[in-house]
Design a protein around this ligand. Structure first.
Ligand SMILES: [Cu+2]
Length: 278
């Protein structure tokens, strides 16, 4: 309990005792060792999604930093036929996460569905170097799927720094003091991530968070190599603060970056924390 105690806040324990919402775990997970190819699934319901492919195309290709790039993602079934119907998942048919290799740059995008399994979006990469895309979607009748793709962008690279675990999981963003408590930081175990929101100046609890994509917040987690992708949804989606609680499980020990996305006063904020999972 020594190290764990640092992160453990009694608050998390109090909260877990009074959870009233359904505790369905909506985590989607991708373990992808291959570089530059559509990923292979390893979710519990892999059989359901067997053979579903995501074909990523970039234009122009090769990609140049700071230049608008069109990204297209074509979803095909195992016979190469387009998958046409997708369920809305948190108000969107596809969530697309774009990160730089060192995880310093993070963007959460929502491509436009053009029909016949084709999603498109335009984006510009901030600097040269490697990036990874994670497309998170749910074909109707199938389980949620995550496919990834590596982008190599030409141009001057940003200085890359190694991922360092945060010594304290508190940050101030847009006048809010946001703290993250993890009940027991340990690999392979279900655990609670609890965000607490206070007014940075008065320390008063914040209770007017707004729904963002139909929930109090969204959490995306990647390991330092960006092999393990976890998209986590809240336990109590309707919460407006001062707490937002999520359930997840870190697949193995290592360093992970956790981005929490929330909305207040019409503004979406992203708060990142880096943790070391023993
Ligand atoms: Cu999204």
């Amino acid at each position: 309990m020594k190290k764990i105690g640092v992160i453990l806040l009694t608050l998390a324990i109090l909260l877990s005792a009074c959870g009233k919402a359904a505790t369905t775990d909506h985590s989607a997970r991708s373990e992808n060792k291959e570089q530059g190819h559509a990923g292979h699934e390893s979710s519990e319901s892999a059989a359901d999604t067997e053979g579903i492919q995501a074909v990523f195309k970039l234009s122009p290709d090769p990609v140049q930093a700071k230049q608008e790039t069109e990204m297209t993602i074509q979803i095909l079934d195992k016979n190469g036929k387009s998958v046409d119907d997708f369920d809305l998942n948190h108000e969107k048919k596809m969530h697309l996460i774009l990160v730089s290799q060192d995880l310093a740059y993070y963007k959460h995008l929502h491509p436009t569905y053009q029909g016949k399994g084709l999603f498109t979006i335009r984006a510009a990469l901030p600097a040269g170097g490697n990036y990874k895309l994670f497309a998170d979607f749910k074909p109707s009748g199938l389980a949620q799927i995550v496919k990834s793709y590596v982008i190599k962008a030409g141009g001057e690279a940003a200085p890359s720094k190694a991922l360092q675990p945060d010594s304290k999981l508190t940050a101030t963003v847009n006048g809010m003091e946001i703290s993250l408590a993890v009940d027991h930081l340990m690999a392979g175990m279900d655990l609670d991530l609890t965000y607490t929101f206070k007014d940075a100046a008065t320390k008063a609890p914040i209770t007017n968070l707004q729904p963002y994509l139909g929930a109090v917040g969204h959490v995306v987690i990647l390991d330092e190599k960006a092999d393990q992708y976890l998209h986590v949804h809240p336990v109590d989606e309707k919460s407006a603060g001062p707490e937002a609680k999520f359930k997840t499980s870190f697949p193995k020990s290592g360093i992970y970056k956790i981005w929490g996305e929330f909305q207040r006063d019409g503004q979406v904020i992203t708060v990142p924390f880096v943790v070391k999972v023993p």
